[in-house]
Design a protein around this ligand. Structure first.
Ligand SMILES: Cc1cc2nc3c(=O)[nH]c(=O)nc-3n(C[C@H](O)[C@H](O)[C@H](O)COP(=O)(O)OP(=O)(O)OC[C@H]3O[C@@H](n4cnc5c(N)ncnc54)[C@H](O)[C@@H]3O)c2cc1C
Length: 423
């Protein structure tokens, strides 16, 4: 396995050869540099769009497995019945209209020596630079009894639109006395407050349908979670007695799930549930790992100043697959990282001016329709790693007016973010 903190000798030779070819050969120097972007989600779609921003100096191809992207962000509001599935769904027409070449296919391999990506449909796409944003994969075997096939019975609903629909249809079918078990993952994982916003929105959906005596038990791998006091306070106010959170000292560890029997066994007891939402531990999308771009953490290490892989200088990894310090794994961050990566690439390939890389991240979570909390921070590279500063979080004593304003802010953020990515 290549050493994560070093650019490999082979990579340096390739980078030097690519740069020499671009600069020394007049015929190639005039050709447009070819950038292939893999993954058309929050990170990849933004990168493709911003690489083509304003001109056609770079030939950009975006390879995405699906024709429609369903945003994981705000999918919890869909569970709560506050948004329709259609409003979470986006196509690539506007990105294609900017001159990005769209290839709807699954990338099966990256040939780093040949500088090509291969697709399931048999295409080989050559690149001068590659931007990877394939999102997350799961450690399927980390929860005994769980598997990719079991996700049809116990949905994770953490990736891909069909899973969000499946979880909602199961939620909508519940009746009086239902027990939901949510298995919450260890760090790091995408959107730290999302499992707890999900519990809130599930409780809201059940309460607003008049389902009686329903309970939600969260079995957590962590001993604390993002905005914990705010969520627990909100659960007591809106859904008294409905949501119970257990840390590992209470449940003692998940021993097994049985998707057919719909049971979850912990060290302490066996829950016979009406619905189980397993959110497994997470790692980088398979593509980056198979290409040898990941380290022992399961994620792909990058230099924070450029989002360039620490293993291959011709590849930038952005979004949830990347690790490079205190990056949050969020759509907001993926969008920021993508713009930085596009700016850096244009600077390197076209000699454009580059600005220092700076990120922000704000994350809103709905506890009830007019009760949203938020946290966030600024981020900047320091000694090759992203470091957070000026963190803030909502306070317990906020007025109902402020909470309602934050819920409107979240809706405004979503509209702005999706326009920035797909508009
Ligand atoms: C329930 C939930 C709530 C969330 N709420 C928020 C929030 O409020 N705010 C926020 O900022 N973030 C939120 N997030 C996190 C956010 O969705 C992710 O951090 C973000 O989508 C990461 O972007 P990405 O580009 O890394 O991956 P993704 O957006 O997942 O995109 C990856 C894309 O790559 C494609 N792909 C993968 N492999 C291949 C392949 N081999 N070939 C071709 N295409 C491929 C996939 O089809 C997908 O379209 C939430 C997530 C969840 C699950």
């Amino acid at each position: 396995m290549p050493k994560p903190n070093l650019i490999s000798r082979r990579g340096l030779i390739r980078a030097a050869a690519a740069t020499t070819a671009l600069l020394a050969c007049p015929a190639i120097a005039k050709a447009k540099p070819r950038v292939v972007v893999v993954g058309g989600g929050a990170g990849g779609a933004t990168a493709a769009k911003y690489l083509r921003h304003g001109d056609d100096a770079v030939e950009v191809t975006l390879v995405e497995a699906n024709r429609v992207y369903v945003t994981p962000f705000t999918s919890n509001l869909f569970l709560g019945g506050l948004k329709s599935f259609e409003t979470l769904s986006f196509g690539y027409e506007a990105i294609a209209a900017r001159g990005v070449g769209m290839v709807f296919d699954s990338v099966t391999a990256i040939d780093r020596d040949a500088r090509q990506v291969r697709t399931a449909g048999g295409a080989r796409l050559a690149y001068d630079r590659l931007v990877l944003s394939p999102g997350i994969d799961f450690r399927w075997d980390a929860v005994p009894g769980y598997s990719e096939a079991a996700a049809e019975l116990m949905p994770h609903a953490y990736r891909g639109g069909a899973q969000f629909k499946l979880l909602k249809s199961r939620l909508d079918a519940l009746s009086d006395g239902a027990l939901i078990v949510i298995i919450a993952p260890p760090n790091p994982y995408r959107c730290p407050p999302a499992p707890y916003e999900r519990a809130s929105m599930m409780a809201y959906a059940l309460k607003s349908r008049g389902v009686k005596n329903a309970r939600i038990v969260i079995l957590d791998a962590k001993d604390h979670f993002a905005m914990q006091t705010l969520f627990i306070d909100g659960w007591e106010r809106h859904y008294t007695g409905m949501i119970e959170w257990q840390d590992p000292t209470i449940h003692g560890g998940i021993k097994a799930v049985d998707p057919k029997a719909m049971t979850v066994t912990t060290d302490f007891e066996t829950h016979k549930a009406s619905l189980v939402n397993v959110i497994p531990p997470q790692i980088a999308g398979r593509l980056g790992r198979d290409a040898g771009l990941a380290d022992d953490s399961g994620f792909c290490p990058v230099y924070a100043e450029t989002m360039t892989s620490r293993i291959d200088p011709l590849i930038q990894v952005i979004g949830d697959s990347a690790v490079g310090g205190e990056f949050p794994k969020s759509g907001f961050a993926a969008n920021n990282e993508a713009k930085a990566a596009a700016m850096i690439l244009r600077a390197e390939l076209l000699g454009e001016r580059r600005m220092p890389v700076r990120f922000t991240n704000h994350c809103w979570s709905g506890i009830a329709p007019d009760d949203a909390v938020k946290n966030g921070a600024r981020y900047a590279p320091q000694d090759g790693k992203i470091v957070a500063s000026d963190p803030y979080t909502s306070q317990l004593d906020e007025t109902p007016q402020l909470r309602a304003k934050q819920a409107r802010e979240a809706a405004g953020w979503y509209a702005g973010m999706t326009t920035d990515i797909f508009g």
